[in-house]
Design a protein around this ligand. Structure first.
Ligand code: NAD
Length: 459
């Protein structure tokens, strides 16, 4: 029977990064993945393919709507959706192959099949009837699409994000349930490619959890682009007839579309792992309960990523994978949950780290706020991306940065500076006094930091 020091179930960002770090630290590591391609949801049917399509669809939109202003005429513009999908699949394969390469390079033994923990330290790989033993077992099985009562995805007309990344034609009218990360990113992809898109959101706002002022600006920007939103919409059911889908909204007219995307969140993947029999404690929302060292209630079994508490984000899972491997080797590991950025890769992009203004008010924390619009940033003007702003929230007495919220082009990269600032316990003054190259979008971050003290230079 093969024996390893650490066996990791799942080769997504949590699992494969944990495997690499554990191998670097000298452990004999095995990784079990049920899918043929490694990389998990993120690489196969999440972050990577969605970003590939976001880029392609934005290029198409730009050619159609913006290039004329630059004096560039594009005659006979055509969409070859097949070619766009081929490119996306190529990008996905390159990333997945990259994970395979990294695991091999680090000496990680990979097994394919569905794993079940039959006893602490003993894992059966169902499809191959192999049993492996290990001192430490790590569950990194990720998450799946959350269901919604009355909505039965059929993989064709009523779909989840996986199918919405691979439609063979542009929908005429795509309805999306949920104005979160997935609903907005994929809604925008298909809108840019020519679909009418209607987003149905249960709450009276979009992007719950994000700073309300920024989410309000995002809603305005998306509406201006032509996306339709029904807020406060309670969906009670959907039925398909031929190629039409009829969506029932409580207290409102039915919505008829040709494709319906369900994007109301995700649930931890814990089925079939044998957790009940082992007595691994699972919380109310299906998440595996862990302590700060990622130990479950059963000694020798650990869990990281989407299956445990916290945001379901690839980079959070990766950090937990690294911290767990370090805990196992050295007895020390750390994830700073106060500095985990969240990014929506729409246009404008939306990025945030730390606390929102609402959270600070609720907790009674005294704060000062500095904002700076991209419309006053030289580089943004040259690029024609003047929409949005940077907003910095700092403690009123200590000036320590508590939250940074950005809406605008490049927000996904600009937020890295804010993450480092929070990680280092920086003050707004620290950013304000750091030289930011001109002309760059990052100058808007510096100006927002200056604005915390009421001394923006370019406004
Ligand atoms: P989400 O939690 O981001 O958004 C779900 C949305 O659906 C929310 O706005 C919620 O209020 C709404 N909703 C819930 N129930 C509803 C109902 N009955 N009717 C209408 N609306 C309803 O979830 P998601 O967009 O499905 O994404 C799933 C996970 O994947 C998230 O945790 C997210 O972190 C992750 N993800 C991240 C990225 C990224 O980092 N850019 C991209 C895609 C997904």
């Amino acid at each position: 029977m093969p024996r390893h020091d650490v066996v990791i179930i799942g080769a997504g960002p949590g699992g494969y990064v944990a495997a690499i770090r554990a191998a670097q630290l000298g452990f004999d590591v095995a990784c079990i993945e049920r899918e043929e391609a490694l990389g998990g949801t993120c690489v196969r049917v999440g972050c990577i393919p969605s970003k590939a399509l976001l880029v392609s669809s934005e290029r198409f939109r730009e050619a159609r709507e913006d290039l004329g202003e630059h004096g560039i005429g594009v005659g006979g513009l055509e969409l070859d959706l097949g070619a766009m999908m081929v490119r996306k699949d190529r990008v996905v394969k390159a990333n997945s192959d990259g994970v395979t390469f990294l695991l091999k390079k680090n000496g990680v033994t990979c097994y394919q099949g569905s794993a079940e923990i039959v006893a602490p330290g003993r894992v059966v790989i169902r499809d191959s009837e192999t049993t492996v033993e290990a001192e430490h077992t790590v569950i990194a099985t990720g998450s799946r699409v959350a269901p919604l009562s009355g909505i039965e995805p059929d993989g064709d007309r009523i779909v989840t994000s996986s199918e919405a990344l691979a439609f063979s034609e542009v929908p005429e009218h795509l309805a999306v349930i949920g104005a979160g990360y997935i609903g907005l990113e994929l809604g925008l992809v298909w809108h840019r490619l020519g679909a009418r898109v209607t987003v149905l959101e249960y709450l009276e706002r979009i992007l719950p959890g994000m700073d309300a002022e920024i989410a309000g600006e995002a809603l305005k920007a998306f509406r201006k682009q032509g996306l339709e939103f029904h807020l406060g919409a309670r969906i009670t059911g959907a039925s398909t007839s031929g190629n039409r889908v009829s969506v029932e909204v409580e207290g409102a007219d039915k919505i008829t579309c040709d494709r319906l995307l369900l994007a109301v969140g995700r649930l931890p993947n814990t089925d079939g792992l044998g957790l009940g029999r082992l007595g691994v404690a699972v919380g109310e929302r299906g998440q595996i309960e862990v302590d700060e060292r990622f130990r479950t209630s059963v000694p020798g079994i650990y869990a990281i990523g989407d299956v445990v508490r916290g945001p379901m984000l690839a980079h959070k899972a990766e950090e937990e994978g690294v911290a767990l491997a370090e805990w196992l080797k050295t007895g020390v590991g750390r994830v700073n949950y106060a500095a985990i950025p969240g990014i929506v890769y729409t246009e404008p992009e939306i990025a945030a780290v730390g606390q929102t203004e609402e959270q600070l008010k609720e907790e009674g924390v005294p704060y000062r706020k500095g904002s700076f619009p991209f419309s006053a940033n030289g580089r943004a003007r040259t690029e024609g991306v003047v929409e949005g702003k940077v907003k910095i929230l700092a403690h009123a007495e200590t000036d320590r940065i508590l939250g940074v919220h950005i809406i605008g082009a490049g927000a996904s990269d600009l937020i890295a500076e804010a993450v480092v600032a929070i990680e280092f316990g920086a003050s707004a003054e620290d950013i304000a006094r750091s030289v930011h190259a001109h002309p760059t979008l990052a100058e808007a971050v510096k100006e927002a930091a200056l604005a915390v003290d009421g001394r923006s230079l370019h406004l």
